[in-house]
Design a protein around this ligand. Structure first.
Ligand SMILES: Nc1ncnc2c1ncn2[C@@H]1O[C@H](COP(=O)(O)OP(=O)(O)OP(=O)(O)O)[C@@H](O)[C@H]1O
Length: 511
């Protein structure tokens, strides 16, 4: 069923959080049978608008109509009764409960309490089967706690789908998924669309937006600035609508630096890693590519001493013990983790403290740094990364996701590291901020640091890297250098197309 009458209409939406006007007269209109993108820079109000519709944020003012009928949505429960379901990057699953019970949570017959195991199993069996390609051999009884983050996200999506929503909000719900998992989610979203539902899709991945969305609403600073037909708009135009005119990031195919090797790794193994060799020079940006989940994050965590691994690591010719993040940090190794939700911040503490903490730990044993210096250092990072904040004293939990990620990034930059490990550092970061981060990554390298960057976006690897190691099942499968680094070659190497024809094999790129 495809209908042109708006299933969802939000207008005159205002929301203020303390000093931040998150939405001002924002609006959105989406038809049934439509995937509607909700786009905008970090902090532009996308999540807030979605949450107003999902009943989890109470607006200061709003008019909401569903299929032409004015409605009041005072709570998530009220939204659920209206057929509205939402999935976020932050999960709402109960870790100690089974996959099956998590799936039925929220769609159980309320008055009757919990479903019996048998009834629950019957209820979720078709959904588990549908999701199997993205879940692997996950079973009804497995505890959610034991699942990989991507699998948990899939369960969260399954939970929303079981409610058979007529409006489904996916708010960065694909950010932690592998490509094959994203493909399944898209398949399901298209089925929902066929059935006449409206899907509101929030993502910073332009390729996902152009692939999936029919129309899109674009927010800037809490205001709806445009509504557009996605197939009729080029990605460049979408970017321009989102951020105004930003300076495009051009790939600079400079020569690979030929200074001494700064980071030398031999036979790094453990967990998913099956013996990785790597030599990287100061000034070099080395990317980790390949299908996701091939050991890229594990490699970075092992180099940071955060997981148990064996092998030899040297920085500037001196052996580094893979003992702990503290040891790594003392040797000038910094890690910017990808999962900004759970790693790398003290959510309740002020932004200033979050920015300063790693550099304080590195420089002062006593840990007391004059708050004037801390403040000056923090402010310099806020300026350099254009982090959108109210005040340095606000808790980091008050920031939008992308801005929080910039704080994590800034925290490590302040330590002036010699080896910078970046684990998908721009996940959930808007295109404008991405460009800023790329510039900073480049300037770090120009100052002599070695940068190792894992990215889930091939485009990012093409944009910033001097060399890309394509990982496959915990080992380096291929190496692409300079002009060889194209999205096409990366995909080919990741999928092992044209075996043996993917640039120098691992190990041959050594000094
Ligand atoms: N609970 C809150 N308390 C205080 N301020 C908040 C809260 N939630 C959001 N904000 C602020 O409201 C503004 C809009 O945030 P929102 O999360 O809606 O943006 P967004 O477009 O989804 O951002 P991102 O792309 O970074 O996720 C931001 O400035 C943010 O800091």
């Amino acid at each position: 069923m495809t209908t042109t009458s708006p299933l969802v209409r939000l207008s005159g939406v205002h929301k203020r959080y303390g000093g931040v006007q998150a939405l001002r007269d924002a609006s959105l209109t989406a038809a049934g049978g439509e995937v509607h993108g909700l786009l905008g820079p970090n902090g532009s109000g996308k999540s807030t608008l979605g949450k107003v519709l999902a009943g989890s944020v109470r607006p200061d003012a709003a008019e909401i109509a569903l299929a032409g009928e004015p409605v009041r949505i005072g709570s998530p429960r009220a939204a659920a009764r209206l057929g509205i379901a939402a999935v976020y990057q932050q999960l709402s699953l109960v870790p100690d409960l089974s996959v099956g019970h998590n799936l039925v949570l929220g769609s159980e017959p309320g008055r009757l309490g919990f479903l019996s195991d048998r009834a629950a199993a019957r209820r979720v069996a078709p959904m588990l089967e549908r999701l199997a390609p993205a879940l692997g051999d996950v079973r009804f009884d497995d505890a959610v706690r034991d699942l990989a983050p991507g699998q948990q996200q899939i369960v969260e999506i399954g939970k929303a789908l079981l409610r058979q929503p007529r409006v489904l909000i996916l708010d960065e719900a694909t950010a932690s998924l592998h490509r094959d998992q994203v493909a399944l989610v898209f398949e399901i979203v298209r089925e929902l669309r066929e059935g006449g539902a409206t899907i509101l899709f929030v993502s910073h991945r332009l390729d996902e937006i152009t692939e999936l969305c029919d129309r899109a609403t674009i927010l800037r600073s809490g205001v709806t600035v445009a509504e557009t037909s996605v197939p009729d708009t080029t990605p460049d135009e979408i970017v321009r609508l989102m951020v105004g005119d930003v300076q495009a990031v051009e790939r600079e195919h400079g020569d690979v630096p030929d200074g001494p090797v700064r980071l030398r790794v031999r036979g790094l193994a453990g967990g998913a890693l099956r013996g990785v060799d790597l030599d990287a020079r100061g000034g070099e940006i080395v990317g980790l590519g390949g299908l996701q989940g091939q050991g890229q994050s594990e490699l970075l965590l092992a180099l940071f001493g955060a997981t148990h691994a064996t092998g030899e690591v040297e920085v500037d010719g001196e052996p580094v013990r893979l003992a702990s993040p503290r040891t790594a940090a003392s040797r000038g190794i910094a890690l910017v983790p990808g999962d900004r939700g759970t790693q790398g911040t003290l959510p309740a503490r002020p932004i200033q403290e979050n920015l300063a903490i790693a550099s304080i730990a590195g420089r002062s044993r006593v840990g007391v740094l004059s708050s004037r210096r801390e403040r000056a250092a923090a402010q310099s990072m806020v300026d350099a990364l254009a982090i959108k904040i109210g005040s340095l004293a606000d808790p980091i939990s008050s920031l939008s996701g992308g801005n929080a990620q910039k704080v994590v990034f800034g925290k490590w930059l302040l330590t002036e590291p010699s080896v910078v490990l970046l684990d998908d550092p721009t996940k959930g970061v808007d295109v404008g901020a991405k460009a800023e981060i790329y510039r900073i990554v480049r300037s770090l390298a120009d100052q002599g640091a070695t940068v190792i960057i894992n990215s889930s976006e091939d485009r990012e690897l093409v944009t910033v890297c001097d060399r890309v190691l394509v990982l496959f099942e915990g080992a380096v499968r291929a190496t692409l250098v300079g002009d060889e680094i194209t999205e096409e070659r990366l995909v080919q190497a990741a999928l092992r197309i044209g075996e043996g024809d993917q640039g120098a094999p691992a190990g041959e790129d050594a000094a």
